[in-house]
Design a binder for this molecule. Structure first.
Ligand SMILES: [Zn+2]
Length: 109
C-alpha cells in the first residue's frame, strides 16, 4: 500500500515543510518508482520519501536520510529563490552526500 506511514513537519523562514514517508513514491510522468520528490505549493513544501526500493525491499536508514537531505536541499534552494541551483541535480546530491558524511562523523549538520 502506498499510504503515508510517518509524517514530520518543519518550518523554514515562514515556509512549512511536510515530510511524508511512504512505501513507494511514484513520479508523475512517466510513472515510475523514485527515491523521493518535493512539491511546492506557494509557501508550503511537501517532500515524499520511499521507504522501499523498486523491488519492494526496505530502504536502509542511511539511504532514507540521504534522500531526505537531497529533497531538503531542493527546498532550501527554492525557498531562497536559488531556482537554477535547485535544478542542478548533481550539486544537490553532492550537498546531500557531503552533509550526510560529515554528520556521520559527529558534526551536527
Ligand atoms: Zn533532486
Amino acid at each position: 500500500m502506498n499510504k503515508v506511514k510517518k509524517r514530520e513537519k518543519y518550518e523554514l523562514f515562514g515556509s512549512k515543510i511536510t515530510v511524508e514517508y511512504m512505501d513507494c513514491v511514484i513520479s508523475d510522468d512517466p510513472e515510475h518508482w523514485i527515491y523521493g520528490h518535493c512539491r511546492e505549493h506557494g509557501d508550503k513544501f511537501t517532500i515524499q520519501i520511499s521507504l522501499e526500493d523498486v523491488d519492494g525491499k526496505p530502504m536502509t536508514k542511511d539511504s532514507i536520510e540521504r534522500t531526505l537531505r537531497h529533497e531538503l536541499f531542493h527546498v532550501i534552494c527554492s525557498r531562497g529563490q536559488y531556482i537554477n541551483v535547485g535544478d542542478d541535480e548533481p550539486l544537490i546530491e553532492w550537498l546531500s552526500l557531503c552533509t550526510f558524511t560529515l554528520n556521520k562523523q559527529g558534526l551536527k549538520i
